[in-house]
Design a protein around this ligand. Structure first.
Ligand code: ADP
Ligand code: ADP
Length: 229
């Protein structure tokens, strides 16, 4: 089952007189259940590719099909609607809301969708278990370690059952022990069927993915398959 079809994606940023050609003719297929790592040096286009995949931004030219939906030429509103339905994000900086409990942080995407409190409670409890944070559901983010905060962020990204989980440098703010725990968590989720695309410049972690895509100057430099640990 194919989830993502990118064809000849180009992204050009224009700022006054200056143009940056951030992505050149990227074509990429991602199948349901895959764990894809994107690596490459700073400025090669990793974040740009992730934000196009996540419908945070649109390509300048090219075609993007998400499942059977053509999302290449949507309005900003249509794009954010599909993003909220189908995409989960995890960022380097956790992005949790400090004055809300762990439970309420995870509940947020469902609150935005207007789900009933019964549905929300069931879904949040399920995802607290999934990331082993059920004993901390009343804690505030500043009472948690970085690794625990990132696991809460993962639960929040997954609570709406997205088709695709996009992860940008998930271990960038973590020490190696917590980084390992978060990566182990992502690997387990992938084994349970979650499709993951992860940007990392940590070679150890990109080895955990089934596929590794290396970008250089906005182009796919190399693709490695089957390196599952
Ligand atoms: P990476 O994530 O691999 O570090 P980025 O995707 O952030 O790379 O950036 C790719 C190129 O596009 C870089 O040259 C960067 O400076 C440029 N770029 C990224 N975002 C913007 C933006 N919003 N406006 C202008 N240039 C940008
Ligand atoms: P990261 O690799 O952690 O995403 P970056 O420094 O590449 O960090 O980008 C941080 C944010 O700044 C991104 O949203 C990116 O699009 C934006 N950005 C990156 N380069 C530029 C640039 N040259 N001009 C404007 N915005 C940029």
């Amino acid at each position: 089952n194919k989830l993502v079809t990118l064809r000849d994606i180009n992204k050009i940023y224009t700022k006054g007189q200056i143009q940056t050609h951030a992505l050149h003719d990227i074509s990429l297929d991602i199948y349901q259940g895959e764990f894809v790592a994107i690596s490459g040096p700073s400025g090669c286009g990793k974040s740009t590719l992730l934000s196009i995949l996540g419908l945070l931004d649109a390509a300048t030219t090219g075609n993007y099909q998400l499942t059977d939906i053509d999302v290449s030429d949507l309005s900003v509103d249509q794009r954010s609607k599909i993003r909220n339905q189908h995409i989960g994000f995890v960022f380097q900086s956790f992005n949790l809301i400090e004055h809300l409990s762990v439970f309420d942080n995870i509940a947020l995407p469902l609150e935005h969708r207007g789900e009933s409190s019964k549905t929300i409670k069931q879904a949040v409890d399920k995802h607290l278990l999934l990331v082993n944070m059920e004993s901390h559901k009343h804690h505030k983010p500043n009472q948690l370690s970085g690794g625990q905060q990132q696991r809460v962020a993962i639960a929040r990204a997954l609570v709406g059952e997205p088709k695709l989980l996009l992860v940008d440098e998930p271990t960038g703010n973590l020490d190696s022990r917590n980084g390992d725990l978060v990566m182990q968590q992502l690997k387990t989720l992938n084994e349970q069927g979650v499709t993951i695309v992860m940007v990392t410049h940590d070679e150890r972690y990109s080895l955990m993915a089934q596929r590794k895509i290396r970008l250089f100057d906005g182009e796919v430099l190399a693709e490695t398959k089957g390196a599952i640990a």
